[in-house]
Each structure stands twice: as structure tokens, then as C-alpha cells.
Design a protein around this ligand. Sequence first.
Ligand code: ZN
Length: 245
Amino acid sequence: MSHTGSSGGQPGPQRTTDRAATLSEPTRAYAELVAGNRRFVDGAPRHPNQDAGHRAAVADGQHPFAVIVGCSDSRLAAEIIFDRGLGDLFVVRTAGHTAGPEVLGSVEYAVTVLGTPLVVVLGHDSCGAVQAARESAATGTAPSGHLRAVVDAVLPSLRRAEAEGVDDIDGIVDIHIAQTVETLLGQSPVLADEVALGRCAVVGVSYRLSAGAVRPVAAVPAGFAMLENPAGSPESTDPAAATTV
Ligand SMILES: [Zn+2]
């Protein structure tokens, strides 16, 4: 993995040339994502692992270091916002990062078959799926077609937000991200077991469309995301703090 240790851009424990030691456990996987997002925010992406040589090198097998369960929003392309390349991220995207059986099965495949040590739920501000669910709940009307399944999957997050007295859209998005983390773990005993054994962690992060930065809003085990965020707070909604994640 030439992006680590070769160009000297990363401090501390990431300065190693041993791929397994660098990326095979949750903390270092999360640090890789945070570092890539920082490069993207700073306008200094390296576009690692996107060259023809790497394409050929990974053709025989994949060992992604993170699963991304993200919203399908066109502005939320995982490899771009985390500055990664081929073979790095196992990406599952649905509108509003709703997590039905196929999503759960895909996550379980990555975690158990591919040995991926980190699952990231990736939501964002101004999420259209959350807004659609909010409008549906407000008007008492359900959308037509299969869009209803998306709205129905978001409604529990709206009820939770209401119970907690949260009514701004971005606050609701944060709750929906946390709810999705809980859904993954609650609906997938396979994933929950991997987390209990310390082989995997699940983090929910919120992305700001304009700034390009992510900040953690939920993590299992609790406090996990703080490991690589000494200057920030997972609960903070301050955009300035988001850039320090
Ligand atoms: Zn969205």
C-alpha cells in the first residue's frame, strides 16, 4: 500500500509500510479515512490506488479496509470524499442509507468474508430522503411506488427525533445516522458478534456538502471515533470542529 509511509504525509502510527499492520484493525482503518477526508477538504488529494498498476495488482482479490454504508446522493461519492482508490472501500449506497436485507447481507459479506474491520454509515446535511420522509409524515401521505420503502425506513428516526425534541433537518439527519448504526448492529447478529470480538467497529459520520468534511456522530464501541479525533467532539455540531475530525 504505497500511500502509507511513502510520502511522509501522515504522522505517528500510520508511518509504516506493512499493509496488514496499517489497515487490518478498526482504529487504523478509521484513521485512514479521516486522513483521506482531510486531504479532500484541504484540496490536496493524492488519488491513491487509482493507477493502472494498482488496478492490475488488485484484480485477483480485494481486501477493502472499510465498508461504507452511505446515502446515494450524487455529491457523496465515497472514494472521492475519502481520497481512496480501487480495492480500498466496499461501498453500499441507498437513498437515506436505509439498511434492508440486501444491505445487511453486503455488510456481512465484507466483514466476514473479506475481513473488513470497519463499517461507516455515511449521511449528510440536507438529505433528500430524510426531507421526503419528513414531508410524508407532516402531510400524512405516502409516496408512490418503491420510494415508500425508503420513507418507511426513515420514519423511525423521525419519531426518535420528535421524542428527543429535535426538529431541525440536520439534527434529524444526525439521529438518522445513529439510528442506522443501531439498525445494522440490531439486525445483524453476525456484525454485532464481530464488534463484540473486537474485530470490527461501526461508526456513523455526517458529511457537510459545502465543506466536504465528515464528523462522527455515533460509534460502537462507544467512544471509538474519538480515538482519532482528539481535538473534536463526536457530539459537536460546530462546522469548525468538523474539519478537525
Ligand atoms: Zn441523502
